[in-house]
Design a protein around this ligand. Structure first.
Ligand SMILES: [Zn+2]
Ligand SMILES: [Zn+2]
Length: 285
């Protein structure tokens, strides 16, 4: 039995997050009773826009790791799409993820499966202060984003774009659009992202001998547009391309590559396989 790395005070229930996530899960179940193909199509499009363009490319590869550069207006559009995923404000999300990289599967990691698989999947989100970091933590981990008024404002009001979107969907499309394209889509997207924190630190293959438990998982990659190549990512966190072999499908990278061809993504960082980490297969210890 591995020792727990989260202390008891971080395990107290976070009632606000429990309430919000309960409402979203109930809304996702209610969606099943008002199914229409058009509402499903809207949900799939918004899943891609928020989960891939917003979270994978925007929140993760751009804001957290600065794997590439893009003009500020496009950075803000991406961040807005990320906010629509209902995974918290951009600065809180980035701080949590940078803390995860700084302390992966060690004391200080907010969501390591060493504290339990369900803990790493979602219990950490409904416990303690979850992603509500105090200012000192944000100044330490996200000083770059704290200087930007747009990101600071959206960090507080990240829920507002979804309220506006939901109202528009209800008025112009009805309940089926609201329940599918907001509640089902966001709930599905949350679990997909959470699988990166849980499943890809538990199951899969390891190409690199990183010090953490990170794994490459094809099925998590399929559900997250390429974020499941998580061992590659922990070996080369700033690389904008996570899929390193031809069969490691990484459609988030395809977005960045397309932006590059349009002149909208520059200074792209890529994994250099000739230096840095040794391959797991060649590990001698
Ligand atoms: Zn990780
Ligand atoms: Zn990362």
């Amino acid at each position: 039995m591995r020792t727990a790395i989260v202390n008891e005070s971080e395990r107290t229930p976070n009632r606000v997050n429990i309430l919000i996530l309960s409402i979203f899960h109930l809304g996702a179940v209610a969606a099943l009773f008002v199914f229409t193909w058009k509402a499903l199509a809207a949900a799939v499009f918004l899943w891609w826009l928020t989960g891939s363009f917003g979270i994978g490319v925007g929140y993760h590869r751009l804001l957290t790791h600065r794997g590439f550069k893009t003009p500020k207006p496009l950075e803000y559009v991406m961040t807005l799409c990320g906010a629509l995923a209902m995974q918290g404000g951009p600065i809180d999300w980035v701080a949590t993820h940078r803390i995860h990289h700084a302390h992966t599967d060690a004391p200080g990691d907010p969501h390591s499966p060493r504290d339990g698989g369900w803990w790493s999947h979602f219990i950490w989100v409904i416990s303690g202060t979850a992603q509500d970091h105090d200012k000192a933590v944000l100044m330490r981990y996200t000083p770059d984003l704290m200087k930007d008024k747009f990101h600071v404002a959206l960090n507080q009001l990240y829920w507002l774009p979804n309220v506006v979107l939901g109202a528009l969907l209800l008025v112009f499309g009805g309940w089926s659009y609201l329940l599918w394209a907001v509640f089902f889509r966001a709930t599905y997207g949350l679990h997909a992202t959470w699988l990166v924190n849980s499943a890809t630190h538990l199951w899969g293959t390891r190409r690199f001998a990183t010090k953490d438990d990170s794994r490459n998982s094809f099925w998590v990659a399929l559900l997250t547009f390429g974020e499941g190549w998580h061992n590659n990512h922990h070996a080369y966190p700033t690389a904008a391309k996570h899929g390193l072999a031809w069969y490691e499908i990484d459609t988030n990278w395809w977005i960045i590559r397309t932006l590059q061809m349009l002149g909208l993504a520059t200074s792209i960082k890529l994994a250099s396989l000739t230096d840095g980490f040794e391959l797991e297969a060649t590990k001698t210890t």
